[in-house]
Design a protein around this ligand. Structure first.
Ligand SMILES: *[C@@H]1O[C@H](CO)[C@@H](O)[C@H](O)[C@H]1NC(C)=O
Length: 311
């Protein structure tokens, strides 16, 4: 009986094998012919988030492993410059495990977008500790002493990560109603799902320690997140679209609760952001025409480029 089942399984495998190879090659052919399934109007909207996916991939890969796309898969960079100042973070075992997974997920996201649209090379990314310290100083309105180091320990790294997938998440929500093609909509929904998941994991890990005092600053984890969210709201210049982990009750779900493990509007629906708002935030300038912050030379793609003065 067991032998029969085994033989049947093998036979089924042998019959299905050529079929699965066949369907794979149809898929590859389909994706090889990129433009056919993606309307031109969608291309810019799908290319813009590559800027953020490059950032996420490099921040998480370096944080976990101490190396990034240049080691993992140089072909994904299309020759774009190596990030400035990215480091392996001092993480506990559990946090490193999570961040390794995020790193590989971001590599997948880069592949998914590049299978669909042509894309562009990795932009110059300033992932130095100083670059993050500058964001944190802006969030508090005065320099933290010593300067905040995102790579120093797990809590610092998670606080820096709090800045990373959420911007992409709001961008995908913002892009979704503008997309025309089914392939584009499917891709953005899929990317949004996993970005939200990463954001939720980061927020949950921080929420568990919301009252922890971050050394040596004497400031709680919750206060850090509130300040960072306020900064993004200010830079985005479109009101409340970003919320820390502990908020006034009227901002929490149904206006009923101050714990705020996930950000959302008054219906607990995710906020959206336009590419312009995102550029204001990631440039740290509050202006989509003034580059800086994590992108010293600006973001790439037609949308971001349209705001940069010709040299
Ligand atoms: C990276 O950011 C830091 C802090 O803002 C800055 O001092 C440094 O010059 C930046 N590097 C580049 C190449 O822009």
């Amino acid at each position: 009986m067991a032998t029969f089942a085994y033989a049947t399984a093998i036979a089924a495998f042998l019959i299905l094998l050529p079929l699965s190879c066949y369907s794979e090659s149809i898929l590859d052919h389909h994706h090889g012919d990129r433009s056919s399934s993606v309307p031109q109007s969608d291309v810019d909207l799908l290319e813009f988030p590559l800027n953020l996916e490059y950032l996420e991939a490099e921040f998480f890969l370096y944080g976990a492993f101490g190396h990034g796309l240049d080691t993992v898969d140089p072909s994904l960079t299309l020759g774009g410059p190596t990030p400035i100042g990215a480091q392996r973070a001092q993480l506990d075992h559990f946090t490193r495990d999570v961040i390794e997974q995020f790193g590989w997920q971001e590599v997948g996201h880069l592949r998914a977008i590049k299978k669909t649209v042509k894309g562009f090379p990795r932009p110059l990314l300033n992932l130095s500790a100083e670059s993050f310290a500058h964001v944190f100083d802006s969030a508090f309105g005065s320099p933290l002493n010593p300067p905040f180091d995102p790579y120093a320990n797990s809590i610092n790294y998670l606080l820096a990560s709090y800045l990373i997938p959420y911007v992409g998440l709001t961008g995908y929500v913002g892009a979704s109603p503008k997309l025309q093609g089914a392939t584009s909509k499917r891709l953005v929904a899929g990317l949004l799902g996993v970005e939200s998941g990463q954001d939720a994991v980061i927020r949950a890990l921080l929420y568990e320690h919301a009252n922890l005092i971050v050394k040596p600053y004497g400031i709680t984890v919750a206060e850090f997140t509130n300040r960072l969210s306020d900064l993004r709201n200010k830079l985005g210049r479109t009101g409340l679209k970003d919320e820390g982990l502990v908020v006034h009750e009227y901002i929490g779900a149904e206006g009923k609760i101050s714990g705020n493990i996930l950000a959302g509007d008054k219906y607990s629906v995710a906020y959206d952001r336009t590419p312009e708002e995102i550029l204001r935030i990631v440039y740290g300038s509050g202006d989509e025409r003034v580059t800086g912050g994590i992108y010293p030379k600006g973001a790439d793609g037609r949308i971001a480029k349209s705001y940069l003065k010709k040299e």
